[in-house]
Design a protein around this ligand. Sequence first.
Ligand SMILES: *[C@@H]1O[C@H](CO)[C@@H](O)[C@H](O)[C@H]1NC(C)=O
Ligand SMILES: *[C@@H]1O[C@H](CO)[C@@H](O)[C@H](O)[C@H]1NC(C)=O
Ligand SMILES: *[C@@H]1O[C@H](CO)[C@@H](O)[C@H](O)[C@H]1NC(C)=O
Length: 235
Amino acid sequence: MVGIKTNFLLICLLVNNMAQQWYRMRTTYPDFLAICTEQKVASFLSCAALGRETNDATFFFEADKNHCRWNCTFIFRTGVSDGNIEWRKYEIESTKNSAPKKTITSSSVYGNAYHDWSPKYATDSIFQSGGIKIFHSANETSPWIMVDLKDVTTVIYLRIYVRMDGLGERFHDVAVEVANSSSYIQRGFYKGPAMTQEVVEILCDDPTNARYVRLRIIHGSRNVLNIAELEIYTK
Ligand SMILES: *[C@@H]1O[C@H](CO)[C@@H](O)[C@H](O)[C@H]1NC(C)=O
Ligand SMILES: *[C@@H]1O[C@H](CO)[C@@H](O)[C@H](O)[C@H]1NC(C)=O
Ligand SMILES: *[C@@H]1O[C@H](CO)[C@@H](O)[C@H](O)[C@H]1NC(C)=O
């Protein structure tokens, strides 16, 4: 189904459980480097369906040549402009990043040094290139970071800026778990391991409605969770 709503082109896909998911064209271009799987497709809709298959929150389409870029890995770089205007970026519809100014807690802070590694640095909207003023847990089995969105909210996807000065591989086997009180259920997963400077997008199962959103490493026994920035895109 294709629909026109206000001035966005919205693409609606019926997913497995028949819930509807909308993609819309972005008018601003990403400042991330994107390494994607690229292929010629029959139409825009085939491209969107490929994106759906790999659980993409974002994919690209070049209308002139019917080329699709999906299954992308994003790398944070400042000053990347999209020179190729013909590549349009589509992202799943959400209204805003709801993480800033919310209460954020974590399982631990490395060396209890809140001044350098508090979870609050994950939602301060500052994209640190170094290893301090980012969130840094202690070395434990299942470190986590949790945002209290205050109200039950529809969560669409999360965007995580992995540590940028090295050690990106620490970000692996991360589950998105949500709750309204204390019983968490898993609604998204990233296998990884990530690369240093990677920008990881995790699409949540549809629908995900909850007040608390937690990221937790669920495999291995000695893990450290480092997050430069965490964004939670909601309806
Ligand atoms: C997605 O990309 C990864 C490499 O980043 C590749 O190993 C995998 O086969 C790709 N998946 C598809 C469905 O193209
Ligand atoms: C939270 O409550 C809403 C209803 O208010 C419900 O739809 C949702 O499934 C609940 N979420 C969880 C994780 O239990
Ligand atoms: C965590 O601690 C274990 C045991 O002390 C150590 O072997 C491992 O390298 C540490 N992991 C990290 C990521 O620091």
